[in-house]
Design a protein around this ligand. Structure first.
Ligand SMILES: [Zn+2]
Length: 216
């Protein structure tokens, strides 16, 4: 039995899902799951084909980013993951992708607006854009942490997006919802100006969202 076997399995399963759902071109994107008891982090390895990746390839990090166990090099965005968990102690999974429509808006420096109520999944009415910094740097991580506020999702200017959740299922679902909202916003802008839901409409949607689906 490997250290953090369950979390390693989840990283492998959801990295594949990320590829199959076309959220991450090539080997881009990365996923981490944090163990609630020992706070160790299971993170996908750097630049590895998701179709050959196995649980033993997943790298286990200590909360400070040092390697606790693993035979591979961790994702180049390991700082982003460890800093994120420090900033959001109640979150236990992170999905980072270069999904097309989120990245299009990020390249335009355009926040995700409430063009569709599915944005509720992020916990905010507008998902911010973190200013551009070179990938894999402390500066990028700082930029993301400074920008995210109370949101569970953020766009990374000229780069991609990050979503977090109380578990991997919720983090992945937010990544999918953000991509859906980004595509709708982009398609609306291709034709005209989308109607943006107002504060009152969003407050009601947030209430409904609390009881939607099989939340766990
Ligand atoms: Zn990236």
């Amino acid at each position: 039995m490997l250290l953090l076997q369950r979390e390693r399995n989840q990283v492998v399963e959801y990295c594949l899902k990320m590829s199959e759902k076309r959220l991450s071109p090539g080997t881009s994107g990365n996923i981490s799951v944090r163990n609630p008891e020992n706070k160790l982090i299971a993170l996908s390895p750097s630049g590895m084909d998701y179709y050959i990746m196995k649980p033993e390839d997943v790298v286990i990090l200590n909360p400070d980013g040092s390697i606790a166990d693993g035979i591979r090099k961790p994702s180049s965005e390991w700082r982003l993951h460890t800093d994120f968990y420090r900033a959001k102690p109640d979150m236990f999974a992170i999905v980072h992708t270069h999904s097309i429509y989120c990245t299009v808006l990020a390249c335009l420096g355009m926040p995700l607006k409430a063009v569709h109520y599915a944005i509720c999944d992020s916990g905010v009415c507008e998902i911010p854009v973190a200013p551009y910094r070179t990938f894999g740097t402390q500066e990028l991580s700082d930029s993301v942490i400074e920008s995210i506020g109370s949101s569970r999702g953020v766009l990374l200017q000229n780069h991609g997006m990050v979503a977090c959740g109380i578990n991997i299922n919720r983090a992945f679902s937010l990544a999918e919802n953000m991509e859906f909202c980004a595509e709708i916003q982009w398609r609306c802008l291709a034709v005209g100006q989308p109607n943006i839901l107002d504060q009152a409409q969003m407050s009601e949607a947030f209430e409904q969202f609390k009881t939607y689906g099989q939340r766990k």
